[in-house]
Design a protein around this ligand. Structure first.
Ligand code: ADP
Length: 334
């Protein structure tokens, strides 16, 4: 039986499922009750399995395996299952699960990116050391929620006191420049790296604070927050592309030294570019990111390479299709 493409109903599921259908696969979505309407309305799922809670997924696994389902991971799978849950799942999975451990730990992720030769914002071990603008990031904060800025220990302590329940965090240099998110795809079948698309984020309230005067901002004692609500398409100066390809290739090659198959499929480098044109990478996401959602119909970059609208979701299914045709499906699954 031909594999079916399956994912959870959230994040980038619409483009994953639509892309799978465009490549000739049948699709399955597992979705929480109350969140199923988009998958019905956009007609991207051949089968919709509704659950009360994602903890029920385990009990569906035998049925999904019988249907020859391949699970396509995306960001929401981590909040639904946790990394341990994904590792334990017995359904076939697109990607190398070993990369999850690299990515999950901020310190291992840092080692990975730095040994690939990328520049990262400086990390401060303790608040006493803060000597410049810093951003405080809490562990497990989905989409930048609750992050704050501090320029010295006193400000750090004051703001931390307002958040008594937060536990793990890191203190990172706040790099002044333009944040961009570059969406890559690496194929282990032909060893090619593609830049699929790019985005910038639309975050509340940091992207709206400039709508009121600086005086009002101060009078209201506004604090910036980085809670993501959407993504905006972006293209960069063409002369920047060579460096972005070089950076993407470097993290792929480094991942091959650190894990079995290395990282393949979609991934994203999240960076801030300064006026001196330095690229500071503050995070890697080793899977499809929500910033690729504006490109369901392809991007300016995929239009250069493909004659059909090629979303990142569709590119995943194309990779699976190519792997099947070459008898190499095992190479892209865990
Ligand atoms: P999450 O980890 O939840 O994805 P991010 O790490 O993407 O959150 O960060 C949220 C926001 O903070 C983004 O707007 C990003 O551009 C900004 N940001 C993160 N790290 C830095 C940094 N070191 N310097 C400047 N801005 C940063």
């Amino acid at each position: 039986m031909k594999p079916r493409i399956m994912t959870l109903g959230s994040h980038t599921a619409l483009q994953i499922l639509k892309g799978a259908k465009d490549e000739g696969f049948e699709t399955i979505v597992v979705v929480k009750k109350g969140f199923d309407e988009p998958y019905r309305s956009y007609k991207v799922a051949d089968e919709i399995i509704i659950v009360d809670d994602y903890s029920e997924f385990r009990s569906l696994e035998d049925d999904l395996k019988e249907k020859n389902a391949i699970l396509i991971p995306h960001g929401s799978i981590f909040s639904a299952f946790t990394v341990a849950g994904i590792k334990d799942s017995t359904v076939r999975y697109f990607g190398e699960k070993e990369v999850l451990a690299l990515e999950e730990s901020r310190s291992r992720q840092r080692e990975w990116l730095q040994s690939a030769g990328l520049t990262m914002p400086k990390k401060f071990e303790k608040a006493e050391d803060i000597d410049r603008a810093t951003i405080i990031k809490f562990n497990g904060a989905g989409g930048g929620k609750g992050y704050f800025l501090a320029k010295n220990k006193q400000e750090f302590d004051e703001k931390m006191a307002e958040r008594p329940h937060e536990e793990g965090y890191i203190i990172q240099e706040y790099v002044i420049g333009n944040p961009i998110y570059v969406h890559y795809f690496y194929s282990p079948l032909n060893d090619e790296l593609e830049i699929m698309s790019m985005d910038k984020r639309y975050e509340t309230n940091v992207d709206s604070i400039g709508r009121i005067s600086a005086k009002d901002q101060l009078d209201l004692n506004l604090q910036t927050s980085y809670n993501i609500i959407g993504n905006i398409p972006l293209v960069v100066r063409e002369s920047m592309l060579a460096e972005l390809f070089r950076m993407g290739r470097a993290v792929v090659e480094e991942s091959k030294k650190l894990t079995g198959k290395g990282m393949f499929g979609p991934f994203c480098l999240e960076m801030v570019i300064t006026p001196e044109m330095e690229y500071y990478v503050f995070e890697i996401s080793a899977r499809i990111v929500a910033g690729s959602n504006p490109f369901v119909g392809g991007s300016p970059y995929t239009d250069l390479r493909y004659d059909v609208p090629m979303s990142t979701g569709r590119r995943i299914s194309l990779e699976i299709k190519n792997a099947i045709e070459q008898g190499r499906l095992d190479e892209v699954l865990t």
